[in-house]
Design a protein around this ligand. Structure first.
Ligand SMILES: [Zn+2]
Length: 71
């Protein structure tokens, strides 16, 4: 795996296939969500600083990192 840390703002469009392991939990074959709420992204980044939304996440992770809205 290559880790690039350049600051160029080139947009890389990735095609996510069904069965691709989730970058967060490595669990394959769930729903990939394109757009997600800022709060979820921030919560995920607390645990996975190198993760970016373009990498996607499975539905389980989205649910796990969704902040509880109790107020
Ligand atoms: Zn996941």
């Amino acid at each position: 795996m290559k880790v690039t840390d350049d600051r160029c703002s080139a947009v890389v469009l990735k095609v996510l296939f069904l069965g691709t392991p989730c970058p967060l939990c490595s669990f394959a074959g769930h729903v990939w969500v394109g757009g997600m709420e800022e709060e979820i992204i921030e919560n995920i980044r607390d645990d996975f600083p190198r993760w970016s939304p373009e990498e996607g996440a499975c539905e389980r992770c989205i649910e796990a990192y969704r902040p509880p809205r109790l107020i």
